[in-house]
Design a protein around this ligand. Sequence first.
Ligand code: SF4
Length: 305
Amino acid sequence: MASAENRCSLCGEPAVARLVEPERRLCAAHFIEDVEARVIAAIRRERMVFPGDRIAVGLSGGKDSTALLLVLHRLLPALGADLVAVTIDEGIAGYREETLRAAEALTAELGVEHAIVTFADLFGDDLDGLLVGREAQGCAVCGVLRRRALAEGVKRVGATRLATGHNLDDEAQSVLMNILRGDLPRLLQDTSTGSPGHFVPRIKPLAVLSEKEIVTYLLLRGYFRDLPECPYAGTALRSEVRTMLAELEHRHPGTMVRLMRFRDGIRESFSLPGPAKALSTCRICGELTSGEVCRVCALLGREER
Ligand code: SF4
């Protein structure tokens, strides 16, 4: 039997989670309710979704994007918006096959339209092939190509916004990484508004939830699956920052939330120096770029024909 201190603060049922700010213990049903209420509050506060929007979830099949699809599937009808999913198949042996199957099963179960964009179709080879001889740059190369592939997917499904599964841990890691790199422009950059006619705005509805809360949500809804990790994941600075932040959060609870407040404070106090760089079109592929050749063509070593 649950002790008196380990009961839900709202109904007295056995608690499954203890949350802070405000301090509360919640049973399974109230934890799920609490998570969804915080997400919809963030969506409303930050004006992420408007009636008539068609929201594309970037669905990797991993835990964050799975939770995002589940939450939005419940919340979007009340907001008058439509839901669709886009999965990028980078072509990573031993990893992507299983997550792709998970994404297909979930969208079929929820009845959500699902588009799959492959690196092989878009870039002529899969990531494993493109990385031969430069495996250590896995995430850097993948990141640039994934952004292009997601933009292509969003275009194909006619979405008005792209929702990604970034959680509080991811966001706090990005803040710290930008500080460690001394990259102020990136710290100040806000991709949530997009650029009319150019880039589709990105939204991050789960940025108010920690990774631990997302895992608990999935477990309680019966959707947690232990899936393989990307074999290139350890190549990024992010993986070192993740370990460091997790330790800091454990010893000093609230570290991640304070980092996010620091970033928001900086964004309010500063604006990017000078006017935004004008965009032109890549002379090789015709996509928008700030230089003559876009990063995708440069990475792939494409040449003008
Ligand atoms: Fe790509 Fe890196 Fe993510 Fe793997 S961990 S899918 S290489 S960005």
